[in-house]
Design a protein around this ligand. Structure first.
Ligand code: FES
Length: 563
């Protein structure tokens, strides 16, 4: 280890007030791990390991990690894997979103403090990937994303099943009395048939595809199933590429995530009819990268981008089908006229160069459509504004009911997810199919923005055959969910946004074509209600308290104001 090492293990010394002693100590401990002088001059590739017994989506990650290490060693680098917190959607209470910023901070500080020249970030389940990119943008080092990949589908009674759109569909059938508990007990064993992330175009799959579109992951890496040979080859390729990034000193995450990259990611988000959660994460990335407010950009892109990809929940297929149909390279080739092709990518080529010679989706498949025959017209994601959401709200129109796109109905208000859970199935609930279900107190400050926005259809209506209703909230919803659900109303109720002032029976109007969500209550009435409004109490301690004191609203990505 040279005394002025520009890279590798000689960087970022522990502070003892004597740099030579710091290097001496580092050599001593590296020797204990079997490293000698020949090793110490090599470029160091950090590898973020987010495997965890609490994260079945990442259960194939140990093999993927070994593949990355193999690639790093082949290219002459040294791989240094290290753990960071791992968040699984179903094993974190009350919601992973509360901890995304904590993981982003942990990851940022470890990337900043430890000696590495580049990093491969292994993630997958919904919040891991956004947390990693937020960290990489802030540290701004050469960084390459690699997801663990989606699950393959299962099978039950001749039905192809996948998490979690089919989980929701089967549960809704059970609530409506159309599926017995015994049938559900059998189906549940096939909903998550393999390791990997949810295999519909939910939040994890959407983020994986957006990273590839934005040039932050290698071509073809978004869709290969977890545990497959294709996934492992992506690992080796990522390891090799990371060594070159380490030797070259870049490009860094910020050099890749430019306004053009953001445009390309938004275009793909709309073409996928992807998860609304991506809107919150992209807003956080844009803020950290200094690219300004996201919602105006999203609105502009959404108005011109049709849906091309037929994946659940907006379509009918699964991620392994998308992979077999050509994956993201084919999607990007189909979208070429709408993309900014000069955008750099982590591969070293521009997006346009990567797509050179690609003739577009094969005629032999019908999952990826062309711009000349899209699956749905532009507008799968809609940005809404209005008196109920002055700073914006989002609707996944591609997975909603067009019959409800122009709707006026009386509000029925739930104060938080617990209130909704306690009352939604009350046989005496004053609700009709025209009612607008309003959930509040579930925004970034109020509850950490859980995926509670897609309130279930009240049981008495579900049993009468009602499949969808207008729902409005300051919460998020799962990327695997569907329905006419207005999300992310900002400002949220817990900071006194207009949604805090809604009362049962107030008329609410949704007008998707006009991009409006309105509370039809007179200004003087609202002013009187506002005077009576009081903010909720702060959490008593710990991360929850710190986050509530500093968290930004959904339109700013629910990031922390000091990051
Ligand atoms: Fe991990 Fe869906 S629960 S990706």
């Amino acid at each position: 280890m040279s005394s002025d090492s520009p890279r590798g293990l000689g960087r970022k010394l522990t502070s003892y007030g004597d740099p030579d002693f710091s290097r001496f100590m580092r050599r001593a401990f590296l020797a204990s791990a079997g490293f000698d002088g020949a090793d110490l001059e090599r470029p160091i590739v950090g590898i973020l390991d987010t495997s965890s017994d609490f994260n079945p989506c990442h259960r194939d990650m140990p093999a993927l990690l070994q593949a990355v290490k193999r690639g790093v060693l082949q290219a002459g680098g040294l791989p240094f894997a290290f753990p960071t917190a791992s968040l699984h959607e179903i094993f974190i209470s009350p919601t992973t979103m509360v901890l995304r910023n904590l993981v982003a901070m942990e990851t940022e500080e470890l990337l900043r403090a430890q000696p590495m020249d580049a990093v491969v970030m292994l993630g997958g389940c919904d919040k891991t990937v956004p947390a990693q990119l937020m960290a990489a943008l802030s540290v701004d080092l050469p960084a390459l994303h690699l997801v663990t990949g989606p699950m393959r589908t299962g099978s039950w009674q001749g039905q192809r099943l996948g998490a979690c759109t089919d989980c929701r569909r089967l549960w809704a059938q059970h609530r409506a009395g159309d599926l017995s508990a015994d049938q559900l007990d059998h189906a549940v064993l096939e909903l998550c048939a393999t390791g990997g992330t949810c295999m519909v175009m939910g939040s994890a799959s959407t983020m994986a595809c957006l990273l590839e579109a934005a040039g932050l992951a290698l071509p073809g890496s978004a869709t290969a199933p977890s545990g497959s040979g294709a996934r492992l080859r992506q690992g080796v390729a990522a390891g090799r590429r990371a060594v070159q990034l380490a030797l070259d000193g870049g490009p860094t995450a910020r050099q890749i995530f430019t306004a053009d990259a953001l445009h390309n990611a938004l275009t793909v988000l709309c073409a996928l009819s992807g998860s609304t959660n991506a809107v919150v994460h992209l807003a956080a990335f844009a803020r950290r990268a200094g690219l300004g407010a996201l919602l105006p950009n999203l609105d502009a892109v959404a108005r011109q981008t049709p849906v091309l990809v037929d994946c659940k929940p907006a379509g009918s297929r699964y991620m392994e089908d998308l992979h077999n149909a050509g994956g993201m390279p084919a999607v990007l080739a189909a979208l070429r006229p709408l993309l900014r092709l000069d955008a750099p990518t982590i591969s070293g080529s521009t997006l346009g160069q990567l797509l050179e010679g690609h003739t577009g989706p094969g005629a032999w498949q019908d999952l990826i459509h062309g711009l000349d025959a899209p699956l749905q017209p532009p507008g799968a994601l809609r940005v809404l504004h209005g008196s109920l959401a002055p700073r914006g709200a989002v609707l996944k129109a591609g997975a909603a009911s067009p019959a409800l796109f122009q709707h006026r109905g009386p509000a029925l208000v739930f104060d938080g997810p617990a209130d909704a859970a306690a009352r939604i199935d009350d046989p005496d609930l004053p609700v009709t199919p025209d009612t607008v279900l309003v959930l509040r107190g579930a925004g970034p400050v109020g509850a950490g923005m859980p995926e509670a926005g897609s309130l279930p259809i009240p049981r008495k209506l579900a049993r009468a055959g009602v499949k969808d209703m207008v729902r409005v909230s300051d919460a998020r919803m799962s990327g695997t969910a569907y329905g006419t659900v207005v999300l992310h109303c900002a400002p949220e109720a817990a900071v006194g946004g207009p949604i805090a002032l809604v009362r049962d029976g107030d008329m609410v109007q949704l007008d998707v074509a006009a991009g409006r969500i309105e509370l039809l209550v007179a200004d003087d009435v609202l002013a009187a209600r506002r005077r009576a409004w009081r903010p909720p109490a702060l959490p008593e301690r710990g991360w929850a308290r710190l986050q509530v004191q500093h968290v930004l609203q959904a339109d700013e990505g629910m990031d922390l104001d000091f990051l």
